[in-house]
Ligand binder design. Structure first.
Ligand code: MF3
Ligand code: CO
Length: 278
């Protein structure tokens, strides 16, 4: 154990199965929120959709009450990067909306986020579509590195390499916020950087569960927190996107706990076949 580093919680297969239950409930609840995210709907209404979905499935929220956080999801719009608080704000066509949520079953946590553009393809600025698509694919590249790599640092390298290789205007990878271990708490060791660093980090090994969550911006990397003490915005007001999945490394391989197919569809083109928990 490196000096000063909190120790990592390695899970048994049975524990990861419970995290998977939490992940599937979360996947369904986020799906319901995105289906409801139309022009004219408020972010508070989306929070109610999510809360009802967790309740119906018998799960609880890890966001609600987290350091006093007042919602069950974060709804971050446009220049808001993460931690936007749901409320009376009304969605408009063309808004970039990131929804981040979590669910807990029997004390085991899941955490996942998706970005959507309100109003569908006809309402999209192509630069916003590109932002969300590159952010999402960078997340899948990071997830694939959990199967093909050796160290947690390989995840950030894969994300960084993919973003850097995109033609056209360079998107920024936020450094102020990072992914994390997850298990009996939402945020645990280790940190998962979304960029290349000289620290290779801990070894990827069975029992490790990580939330992989790149946050990309169309402008500069500087962020600020609004007076509500939560909402993180880019200081240049450039738009941001955020995608996140919770992923398990187990004896047989990796499995995306917060995707119904374990990540199979998006990992196949990357040469990775997720393996169900034994
Ligand atoms: N789920 C966020 C993350 O991805 C953290 C949300 S904190 C909350 O790590 F308080 F807003 F819930
Ligand atoms: Co997270």
């Amino acid at each position: 154990m490196a000096f000063g580093q909190p120790r990592i919680e390695y899970k048994t297969t049975a524990q990861m199965r419970t995290m998977h239950q939490a992940g599937l409930i979360l996947d369904d609840a986020l799906g319901q929120v995105l289906a409801a995210a139309s022009p004219g709907v408020t972010t508070g209404e989306l929070d109610a959709v999510f809360a009802a979905a967790l309740k119906a499935a018998g799960a609880t929220s890890n966001f609600l009450g987290y350091h006093g956080y007042p919602g069950t999801i974060c709804t971050s719009m446009n220049e808001e990067v993460v931690h936007g608080i749901p409320g009376s704000r009304v969605l408009a066509a063309g808004d970039v909306l990131s929804v981040d949520g979590g669910a807990v079953v029997d004390g085991w946590h899941s955490d996942s986020a998706r970005t959507t553009i309100v109003g569908g393809p006809g309402a999209e600025d192509p630069a916003d579509r590109r932002l969300s698509d590159i952010t999402e694919e960078s997340m899948w590249r990071g997830i694939a590195a959990m199967a093909t790599g050796k160290f947690v640092g390989d995840i950030g390298c894969a994300i960084d390499d993919y973003v850097s290789a995109q033609p056209g205007k360079r998107l920024g990878i936020l450094e102020d916020y990072v992914g994390h271990g997850i298990g009996t708490e939402m945020h645990m060791a280790p940190d998962v950087l979304n960029y290349r660093s000289k620290h290779r980090g801990p070894k990827l090994r069975p029992g490790l569960c990580l939330a992989i969550e790149p946050m990309l911006v169309r402008g500069g990397l500087e962020t600020a927190t609004l007076a509500d003490d939560w909402t993180v915005v880019t200081t240049d007001r450039a738009r941001a996107a955020h995608w996140e999945h919770s992923v398990a490394v187990h004896d047989g391989g990796i499995w995306v706990l917060t995707a119904a197919d374990g990540g199979a569809a998006r990992l196949a083109p990357l040469g990775v076949t997720p393996v169900p928990l034994g």
